[in-house]
Every structure is written in C-alpha cells, then in structure tokens.
Design a protein around this ligand. Structure first.
Ligand SMILES: Nc1ncnc2c1ncn2[C@@H]1O[C@H](COP(=O)(O)OP(=O)(O)OP(=O)(O)O)[C@@H](O)[C@H]1O
Ligand SMILES: [Mg+2]
Length: 618
C-alpha cells in the first residue's frame, strides 16, 4: 500500500507490476507481508478493541445506537470506523491516500474488507451487505454506482447528527409522521395489531415513546422511518387505511429489532401480515369516557354528545378547552371535510313551521326520539343494534310536500346541523368513482354529530336492474356498497325520494323509519298559507281561506307564490295583495305547465288568463 506522487491520477508501470505480483498464486504484497507489522501493533489494537466493546454497554449515543440496532461488536466496529471518517475531513484525506484515489475519501467495500482481513471471523465489508443489521436498520449507506469494490460506505446523515448530539427528526420521514416522547421501547421487540373504529383509542394502547406515521410511500421514506425509530428507540405506529402492501410486509419482517404497531379500523387480512410473530388487540368502542372528558375539558361527560376519543380531542382543541364552547365545537367537527361534499344547513325552522297530518308529525318525532334514545336502548339495555347502529329514515312523496323541511326540523330538534348531499351528483358514470364519493361522505360525516340528508335517493336506491350491461353490474355493486356502509354508520341518515315504489327491497329492509309525505288537504293548506307570510311582511286583504280552498297545491308552491308576490310588492312599493298572490300563482302554474282554470282562480281569472304579462294594477 505505497501510493505514488500522483495517486489516483494515473496508472504507472510500477503499480501494474505490483498488482500483477499480487494476483493469487504469484505471491506478493499479501497479508503475510504485513503480518510482522500487524503483530507489533496487536497488543495496542487488542486493548483498544476491549475498551470499545466495553463502552458498548455505556450510555453514550453511539453505544445506545448500537444496542438499539442490535449490532454485534464487529458490526459496531465497522460503524465506528465509518463514523470516524465521516466526521473528520483529515481522516478522509488519509483514506484517499490509502485508497490511492482522491475521488475516494470514504472507505470503499474493498477497503473495509482489507481492513479486517486479518481478524478471523470478522465480517469486514459483509457488515454492510444488504441483509446485514447495519443496512436493515438503515444506519449505513453504500454507494450505488461504479464497480462493487470501489463503492464508498458512510453512515446516514441522521446517524452523524445523532453522534454529534443532535436529535432532530430525519427530514426524509413520511409527511405526517410525528414523534411522541416517552420512555424507551419495551423489550423485546414485537409486532402488535390494534384494530378499532377510533384512532385515538387505538393509540392509547401503545405505551412509551412512539413514532406515529402513515404508510411510507417510497423506499426513502421507509428508510427514514426505520432509521428514526432505531436511533430514537421508538415504537413505530403505522396508521393504516388499507391492508399492508408487500413492500411494507417485507420491511416489517426484516426489522425485528423494532417494535411495530399496525393500527387500523378494520382487521387486517391474515395473508397480508408480515412474517414474524404478532399479537392482536381489538377495541370495541372508542367512546370517550369520564376520565377522557375530565382530561380534555375538565367536565363530566355531556350526555348530549356521544363522542369518540378522537372527536373529543378535536372538539376540546376547537373549544380552546372551554366547556361553554362545546356545542359550537361539536358542530364544527364535520365542517371542512364535509363542507366540500355537501351543503350545510343550520336549521332555523321548527315543528311549528311544519304542517303535516298528525300521524306523520308523530312519526317524525319518533324518529328524533330514536336517535336520542340509542344510548339507553342499545348501550344500556343491550338491544342488538339492528338493522344498524344509527337511524336510517326514508321520506317519500311528491315534490314540494316538505321532505327537506322535515329533515331540517329534525336536525334542529336534535341540535345538529343538516348536511344535504345531492345523490345525483355523487353517482358517477365512472366505475368505482361512486363508491369513492360515498366513502368520502360517510367518513367525513363520521367525524361529527349531524344529520346526513340524501336528496334524490332514487338515483342510487332505485330498483337494482337485471344485469344487462357492464355498467348495470357496477351500479349493483354501488348499491351493495352503500347498504353495507349504511349498516355501519352510527349517525342519522335521511333519504328523500319522489318515487317510493322505486326503492330497492334490500334497501327498504335497512330503513328504521319510513314517512310518506302527501300533498296537503285544505285545512293544512290554510295553515301553510298562514305561515308563508312572516310577521314583518306588509299584507293587505289576503283571503287565506279562498287561497287554501281554491288551489290544490303543495306547500312548495304556496311558499314560492308567497315569495313571488312579496318580490312584486317590494318592487312596486305596495303591500302583498290577493292580486299579487294570484299573479305569482300564475307564474308557478306556468313553470309546472299546469292549466289555469276559471273555477280555480274565479274572480282573479282575467288577471291570469292571458299569455302576456300584464302586471296587476295594484
Ligand atoms: N308540509 C309543509 N309544511 C310547511 N311548509 C311546507 C310544507 N311543505 C312544503 N313547505 C314549504 O315549501 C318549501 C319547499 O318544501 P321542501 O323543499 O321541503 O319540499 P320537498 O318535499 O323536499 O320537495 P322536493 O321533492 O322537490 O325536494 C319548504 O321550505 C316550506 O317552506
Ligand atoms: Mg327536497
């Protein structure tokens, strides 16, 4: 190993000679030649090694790192050499000199081999082979280019930082990964599956310091995750929303020095689990309990809200820890996610605004009571939650008969917001898209207490067709998916349809309450007309009995006509009169393509008869 003056820059005849003499069988500069030199150094090397091995049980960062990665002393030695070079520019110059090449400032695989060749049983460069502990723990990186022998080896930058006493997280961690400080990982390392609906409850199962992360998406993210957990001695909690892909399975199986926790809301399929022993913990309910409430808001549980631990955490943060702001914070839960998918309605109208036959009103009140009472009936009394844990209601009836209004009234009665989803906009002609849209809605809704209202339900719950083409088959899958999703949804869902007979039987079985809406009779119309004009509206000589008796229309039309008359009055600077209402009704009839008859309009018939728009004189 005697470099010439222009080391690495040219290959001279002398060097070629030396290399030829070193070929197997030709004798030359082999280990034997340097043996006397090595022998003379042996006592010092032995003493240094003993001290090194002794230090591996100590508290220094290097020793901790070696223990956490499960390194044998020889492997720790290789890491120590690599780190010693990495942290010192002078040593890099020595390496370049020894390796005869200024472009090789770090130990190459060949150099590692030569360095430890004299020690029987030492792995040498094999300590950094792909399957070796140093590589499985992602502590060492080996160059990927060039001939094998001249690939340089170095500790990962995070390792060098740790040896320098800095504990910043690896910048390559998957986005969203977070470290939670705590006592060191329990021994021995194991694999634990935690399943249950509530993410925060799943986390509570894990004790000690944790590294909580979504599934890494790239090899670089995997490397950073494994390295971070090794260096900081953390338990890795993977939050999964899908079964483990094969790459993940292999990583987890290969890093037996780490404790992994796979946290998922559904059980993971057995054939997707890593090949190492595991145990499982299943959590039934994630409902926040008294001590959770006490810790988050300093109050006993509020019976008005049934929150999971995750929800309680979010709510407490949104309320700034102030129990007085709890109702607003709970409303805010679903906002944001769901606002992008549905229209939020803050209920303003109540039972007095809804005019229905007594039986229908009673059914709606029962619906609200069902939702309010589910804690007592299911949880306390132990009734099996069938057909679903939540409440599924179907409102059917012609347009304008008050289905949407009834949903608003119920939401208001329960103190919840109403989220209106137009199913015809969710149903996509693209295969698989409908499920994705629905999944988004249901999972966003699950984060808050709200009334989920699906308008135009027949777009999805319409009779399942005989399979006649590929798309029909997918439409059936969509319905099957929705049925299953409905069963698991704990909240209140109201579906509205204009065509009751068109609803699929399988779906009807999942419905807990079904309410028929019919066009109002005369006394009901009278009440709806009376409620259609707010107290502040200027009215003059309105004959509500006449309007209710003459026009067999729905509440929707009454509402629109009252509004139309009000705008006309505002525009013309007068009160709302019979003439203006009659004229507004004409407009409604025109929209519907409905005939205007003298027997209906009677004395106002002349006013509404023509095709042209002669506005009433007063
Ligand atoms: N039974 C009713 N009692 C009081 N007001 C009503 C009633 N029905 C309808 N209205 C009035 O008509 C408006 C429209 O009714 P709503 O939107 O609830 O009808 P719908 O049954 O949902 O119709 P669609 O099937 O077209 O969606 C309501 O906001 C309300 O002002
Ligand atoms: Mg409606």
């Amino acid at each position: 190993m005697l470099p010439h003056d222009f080391a690495g820059l040219y290959v001279g005849g002398e060097e070629v000679d030396r290399i030829l003499r070193g070929l197997p069988g030709l004798g030359g500069a082999t280990v034997d030649k340097v043996r006397p030199l090595l022998d003379s150094l042996a006592p010092a090397v032995a003493a240094a090694r003993e001290a090194f091995v002794g230090s591996l049980t100590g508290p220094e960062p290097f020793a901790r790192m070696a223990r956490r990665a499960g390194l044998a002393p020889a492997e720790a030695e290789v890491l120590a050499v690599l780190a010693a070079v990495e942290l010192s520019p002078q040593r890099m110059r020595l390496l370049a000199y020894v390796q005869d090449n200024v472009a090789l400032p770090r130990p190459t695989l060949a150099t590692l081999g030569r360095m430890f060749a004299a020690d029987d049983g030492h792995p040498g460069e094999r300590a950094v082979a792909p399957g070796a502990a140093l590589r499985r723990a992602e502590l060492v990186e080996v160059g990927a280019d060039g001939p094998w022998a001249t690939r340089m080896c170095a500790p990962a930058p995070r390792v060098s930082w740790a040896l320098r006493g800095d504990d910043s997280a690896d910048p390559g961690l998957p986005p969203g990964a977070r470290r939670v400080a705590g006592p060191a990982a329990p021994d021995p390392p194991h694999l634990l599956l935690v399943t249950g609906a509530d993410a925060a409850s799943r986390l509570r199962v894990v004790t000690g310091g944790t590294l909580i992360s979504p599934l890494p998406a790239t090899p670089g993210e995997w490397a950073a995750l494994v390295r971070e957990a090794t260096l900081a001695g953390l338990v890795v909690v993977l939050e999964l929303d899908q079964p483990l892909p094969p790459a993940a399975r292999e990583r987890i199986a290969a890093t037996r020095h780490l404790t992994w926790v796979l946290s998922a809301d559904k059980e993971l399929p057995l054939d997707t689990l890593p090949d190492r022993p595991w145990s499982e913990e299943r959590l039934d309910s994630g409902t926040a309990e008294a001590d959770d409430w006490q810790g988050a808001l300093g109050i006993p549980p509020d019976p008005g809200y049934r929150l999971t631990r995750s929800q309680l955490g979010l709510v407490a943060a949104a309320a700034g820890g102030d129990p007085g702001r709890l109702p607003d914070a709970v409303r805010r839960l679903a906002g944001g996610h769901l606002d992008a998918l549905a229209v939020r309605v803050r209920p303003r109208r109540g039972w007095v605004d809804l005019v229905l036959p007594p039986d229908q009103t009673a059914q709606l009140r029962e619906l609200a009571a069902r939702y309010r009472g589910r804690d007592i009936v299911y949880d306390r009394w132990g009734f099996p939650p069938l057909p679903s844990t939540g409440v599924v209601a179907l409102f059917s009836g012609p347009s304008g008969t008050g289905k949407t209004l009834a949903a608003e009234v119920i939401a208001g009665d329960l103190g919840l917001d109403l989220y209106k989803v137009d199913l015809s906009s969710v149903v996509s002609k693209y295969i698989g898209e409908t499920e994705k849209n629905l999944e988004r809605i249901f999972s966003a809704a699950a984060s808050g207490d709200l009334v989920l209202f699906f308008d135009e339900a027949d777009a999805l719950f319409g009779k399942r067709s005989e399979v006649s083409d590929a798309h029909d088959r997918y439409a059936n899958i969509e319905v099957a998916y929705l049925l299953q999703r409905l069963e698991a949804y704990p909240g209140i869902v109201v579906m509205a349809t204009n065509l009751q007979g068109n609803i699929d039987q399988a779906f009807v079985r999942r419905i807990s309450v079904s309410v028929d809406f019919e066009p109002p009779d005369e006394p009901q119309r009278r009440l709806i007309w009376a409620g259609a004009f707010p107290p502040g509206a200027p009215v003059a000589g309105l004959d509500l009995d006449f309007l209710a008796r003459q026009f067999k229309v729905t509440g929707g039309i009454i509402h629109n006509a009252a509004l139309g008359a009000a705008f006309r009055a505002a525009d013309e600077g007068g009160p709302v009169t019979m003439e203006r209402v009659a004229f507004a009704l004409k407009r409604e009839f025109q929209k519907l393509g409905r005939l205007r008859t003298e027997s209906e309009f009677e004395r106002y018939f002349d006013l509404v008869n023509g095709v042209d728009d002669v506005a009433p004189a007063r």
